[in-house]
Design a protein around this ligand. Structure first.
Ligand code: ZN
Ligand code: ZN
Length: 263
């Protein structure tokens, strides 16, 4: 058990050592890139993978990632079989939608407020939700979430057991706001109650300090557009826009948070 934890702690330490704006964003992005590579690689043809892809498909963001990858044929193969399954899965809701629409129309204007009219309306909405549900599933999002849940367990394991990690966290640039929220939400279940105040203090201090730093950077970036500051150094603000976006919303723009040579 301990051994397994030891092996699991390596990626957390590696991400910490990158000294980026959020070690969890770094791990998430690393996982995401790995997943994209997996689906554009040989595993596309594995029957197990195909069954899962057929059932869940990919969300908008991950379709875009696959599209710019270098296996257009692989992407097409996954789309083809996912499309077959999707066409099959919309048949039932479509048939029921048509029926509910008739029921709704047949109720006279006055009686559309009637029980029958109301239930037809409810059914239409439900069926529309069912269709929307088909377009929200994503096998990549799901496996990223599974991986992140594992990383979070290890994160808390380290917070609980490793003084060096706790110190490194305190000295780090903190987390993005969404990941800070996530660890705060999970902390009461993941840590002994007596350790909770200290952990919450750490995260709140860390975020406050680092949001302040980010504010300074972005303000300096703006100043640099003023001719009076033209000769001043950029300090740390050249990439202030992307780092501020990533701090506020989680990594999505700018330099990769997990440099490729370290993957
Ligand atoms: Zn993050
Ligand atoms: Zn996705």
């Amino acid at each position: 058990m301990l051994m397994r934890y030891h092996i699991d702690t390596i990626p957390l330490w590696d991400a910490m050592k990158l000294e980026g704006e959020c070690l969890l964003c770094a791990l998430e992005r690393k996982t995401e890139l790995g997943e994209a590579e997996r689906y554009l690689g040989a595993s596309v043809m594995e029957p197990d993978t195909r069954i899962q892809v057929n059932a869940r498909g990919f969300c908008r963001q991950h379709q875009a990632m696959l599209f710019v990858g270098d296996n257009r044929l692989g992407h097409a193969l996954m789309l083809e079989s996912h499309m077959i399954e999707t066409r099959d899965r919309v048949k039932k809701p479509f048939a029921r939608l048509r029926k509910s629409a008739h029921t709704f129309a047949e109720a006279s204007l006055m009686s559309r407020m009637s029980k029958k009219g109301q239930s037809a309306r409810g059914q239409l909405a439900e069926l529309a939700d069912e269709l929307a549900g088909l377009s929200h599933t994503c096998i990549m999002c799901d496996s990223i979430a599974e991986n992140m849940a594992r990383y979070l367990r290890t994160f808390f394991f380290l917070v609980k057991t490793d003084e060096e990690f706790r110190q490194a966290l305190k000295d780090s640039k903190g987390l993005c706001l969404p990941h800070a929220a996530q660890v705060l939400r999970e902390a009461p279940d993941a840590l002994p109650a007596k350790e909770l105040p200290d952990f919450v203090d750490t995260i709140c201090d860390l975020e406050t300090k680092n949001l302040d730093r980010m504010q300074e950077d972005v303000s300096w970036f703006i100043k640099k557009y003023d001719y009076r500051y033209k000769e001043e150094p950029w300090k740390d603000s050249r990439d202030a826009v992307e780092r501020t976006v990533n701090k506020l919303r989680g990594w999505c723009v700018g330099k990769e948070p997990y440099p490729e040579e370290k993957v």
